[in-house]
Design a protein around this ligand. Structure first.
Ligand SMILES: [Zn+2]
Length: 101
């Protein structure tokens, strides 16, 4: 999977389209990721003890990686990613500016 944890991505479909945010979790087997503040559901948590207030917890639901584009930290553009090999190691490369990501 091309997207990694802590990457900045741009959402390209859905109700959060156009939003740039950080990847908080990746699920390579499902091809899904969770992104901070994107596709969030609000859960009301009941107070555990008497006198305590209930809380609203925001939980991001996973979205498909095909719904996002990686934002290059170097040129700040969202685009396609390529790979290059340097001494046997695979690096991600921005196709816009040619820099390693
Ligand atoms: Zn770039």
């Amino acid at each position: 999977m091309k997207i990694k944890k802590n990457d900045t991505i741009l959402v390209i479909t859905g109700k959060d389209r156009g939003r740039k945010a950080k990847v908080s979790e990746v699920f390579p087997k499902q091809g899904k990721i969770t992104v901070e503040g994107v596709n969030v559901i609000k859960k009301h948590r009941r107070p555990k003890r008497e006198g305590e207030k209930g809380q609203v917890v925001e939980i991001p639901k996973p979205i498909d990686v095909s719904n996002v584009k990686l934002v290059c930290p170097k040129c700040k553009q969202a685009g396609r990613i390529g790979y290059k090999l340097i001494e046997g190691n695979k690096y991600r490369m921005c196709r816009k500016c040619g820099q390693e990501i």
